[in-house]
Design a protein around this ligand. Structure first.
Ligand code: ATP
Ligand code: MG
Length: 648
């Protein structure tokens, strides 16, 4: 792995919230005395009834509890809107950038406040009460944020389902949490293509266990004619527009449920992750401020869809709780061309830019020209999240997109963690490409071997968390036992992340991939991230996915799926070259046994490589692919299977 160090740029550090000494002092305090630390931090929110109790947590199966700020009462939407009105009423809360580069819109805090109140009143008029579930199945348009905030205003629990999911996946998620209302749009538009959202809802609501839904509100996005079934279906505007622009916020207990969100399904059946009101909002607002070193005048752009946790925490709740300006992007990185991000950065003078390694790798494939065509001079910080970032991609992001000026924050976290857990603080912590670096305040990571023994110093193994933090999920909706079994049984009394990690001599963490994906080759543990990073460092390779397969001699052999860059051609010579390349980059142990050309890789709809499926294909177990419904493009799998079957 890369051992290059990128120092915090001096000019950045000079203006940053925190320097290294601050980080060290505050981190020590946060783990030594979490009650006093979080009691101070918790006051960053407006509480209807201030909390006196702070932390009450135990991961012990027989005495299990996770409660934060638990005698306080607050309202999430009031924290995101009402309290900003005096000072920031005319400040832009949301900049909406359409799929069509000609479309954009700015919404002030006051406008957003009024719209949210109207939507909250509309939900009440449909009989939605505190604790009821509302499913939101929307394109990336401001109404998605309005709907989310309106739910939190009245204490309804939202479940946002990514607009790219099929009717089947939507139905499963509606049935699982028994929503009474679905908010959707006639259609979505992404990359110039129409997404039939309302039609999918109609189909979903014919499926088993979805008769809990009594009302469907439909936003007009494209204006296409869609069937409206009375009395169930109503146009969003017809119900919302006549409503009063004031709606008293519901006083919620800090531990009242706030939202349910299903994980992206990389490892199997998605889990209905439940987050609560107080701890979640404290945690996302704090991480948003410090990880991105937020200033009042910043324009913050997180490219994630609100259908993922990243969109919840860093498009909507973190930025709005902090009174920031947040960009909401309806489109995709390569439409109408691969300069789309940078064109929009220049248009809105974006200062903080946060995206996923999958997008960076896709743009890297297209070369530097589409980036260099735009100035990007407004950007002062770059961030990534979602998968391990290959050092090669990190360097490209830093050098080409950031012109070598901007710190890069590689943020490791999960749907389950609510917010960022391991990441550089940009003014404090030097970066190493490919490392998420050091834990955020209050976060206590540790590395254990398979028997659960804690490893010290530089080491590699399973990444666990030994104590709670306010943004932690509280349960799997409707299945508390699954929550305990999934996260607290493997290493009793500790939260198991499911990820593997290495810690180096400087205490920096390097996520090596999911533990299920770790290879064991002739007794050597190899992280998928390491092999893939070596592959991607080769000039002809755009993307790679490594998995193990049964091997007579070594136990496990290394099977690598390789996507070449646009102008490279597959050949036997290249195959040999790539094998030698990895051998040289890592070690002979890591030499791939088989390389399969893969024009596309199976990915979740959030863009993560699904190695679980690649493992089955490599092992010739084509009849055991499992649940592939969360795949973005199931056609990719057929192709790979066909290629695999043709091999001797
Ligand atoms: P499921 O839990 O259903 O299998 P998922 O784990 O992909 O789906 P998410 O919660 O969206 O669902 O993703 C969290 C995972 O993404 C982490 O556990 C880790 O594997 C990976 N990840 C996120 N950020 C990073 C990062 N900066 N570096 C390395 N890995 C990351
Ligand atoms: Mg996961």
């Amino acid at each position: 792995m890369s051992q290059k160090i990128y120092k915090v740029p001096e000019d950045f550090a000079a203006l940053a919230h925190l320097r290294l000494a601050d980080y060290q002092r505050l981190y020590q305090e946060s783990v030594r005395d979490p009650n006093s630390f979080w009691s101070r931090i918790g006051r960053r929110l407006d509480w209807i009834q201030p909390f006196a109790k702070v932390k009450d947590t135990s991961f012990d199966e027989h005495d299990f509890r996770i409660r934060w700020f638990y005698d306080g009462k607050l309202n999430v939407s009031a924290n995101c809107l009402d309290r900003h009105l005096t000072k920031r009423g005319d400040k832009t809360a949301i900049i909406w950038e359409g799929d069509d580069p000609k479309l954009s819109e700015r919404i002030t805090y006051r406008q957003l406040y009024e719209r949210v109140c109207q939507c909250a009143n509309a939900l009440k008029s449909l009989g939605v009460k505190k604790g009821d579930r509302v499913t939101i199945y929307m394109p990336m348009i401001p109404e998605a944020a309005v709907a989310m905030l309106a739910c939190t205003r009245i204490g309804a629990v939202h479940s946002v389902v990514f607009g790219g999911f099929s009717a089947d996946s939507l139905a499963g998620r509606i049935a699982d949490c028994e929503s009474s209302v679905v908010i959707t749009a006639d259609e979505g538009i992404r990359g110039g293509k129409r997404v039939p959202l309302k039609t999918n809802v109609d189909l979903a609501l014919t499926m088993p266990k979805t008769d809990c839904v009594k009302h469907v509100l439909v936003v007009r996005r494209t204006g296409i004619r869609v069937p409206m079934y009375a009395p169930r279906d109503q146009w969003f505007d017809d119900v919302v527009n006549p409503q009063p622009k004031e709606c008293a916020p519901e006083a919620m207990d800090a531990e009242d449920p706030m939202f349910i969100l299903y994980t992206s399904g990389s490892t199997g059946k998605p889990k209905g992750v439940l987050h609560t009101s107080g701890g979640y909002l404290v945690y996302v607002s704090m991480t948003h401020e410090l990880v991105f070193d937020l200033r009042e005048e910043d324009i913050f752009w997180c490219t994630a869809d609100v259908g993922w946790v990243t969109g919840h925490s860093y498009v909507v709740y973190g930025p709005l709780a902090n009174g920031a300006t947040t960009v909401m992007f309806e489109g995709v990185p390569n439409y109408p061309d691969s300069g789309r991000f940078w064109q929009a950065v220049d248009k809105h003078k974006v200062t903080l830019f946060y995206t996923a390694p999958t997008a960076i790798r896709a743009l890297m494939r297209e070369g530097e020209e589409p980036v260099k065509a735009w100035s990007r001079s407004s950007i002062r910080l770059l961030g990534t999240v979602g998968e391990p970032i290959n050092p090669e991609a990190w360097e490209w992001y830093h050098r080409v997109v950031g012109d070598g000026r901007c710190p890069v924050v590689d943020t490791w976290w999960q749907t389950e963690t609510g917010g960022v857990l391991i990441s550089p603080l940009p003014g404090a912590i030097d970066q190493k490409p490919g490392s998420a670096t050091l834990p955020f305040f209050g976060v206590k990571p540790a590395i254990v071997d398979n028997e659960g023994n804690t490893l010290e110093g530089a080491c590699e193994g399973n990444l666990i968390l030994t104590d709670s933090w306010p943004g932690q999920m509280r349960t799997v909706f409707g299945d508390h036992q699954r929550f305990i079994d999934t996260y607290f049984k493997t290493f009793p009394g500790r939260y198991f992340t499911g990820d593997g990690a290495r810690r180096d001599e400087d205490g920096y963490y390097w996520i090596t991939g999911r533990v299920d994906d770790v290879l064991n080759v002739a007794g050597h543990r190899l992280g998928t991230a390491e092999i893939e990073s070596a592959m991607v460092a080769h000039p002809s390779v755009a993307e790679a996915a490594a998995v193990g397969y049964p091997h007579d001699i070594k136990g496990q052999g290394i099977y690598v799926y390789v996507t070449l860059i646009a102008d490279a051609q597959p050949s036997e010579a290249l195959r040999t070259e790539l094998r030698d390349w990895v051998r040289k980059e890592i070690s002979p142990i890591a030499t791939p046994d088989l390389i399969q050309w893969a024009p596309g890789l199976p990915k979740t709809r959030s863009g993560k490589i699904m190695r679980r499926i690649l493992r089955k294909i490599a092992a010739n177990e084509h009849d055991q692919l499992g649940d592939i419904s969360t795949l973005a493009d199931p056609g990719v799998v057929e192709n790979l299977v066909r290629e695999r079957m043709n091999r001797p």
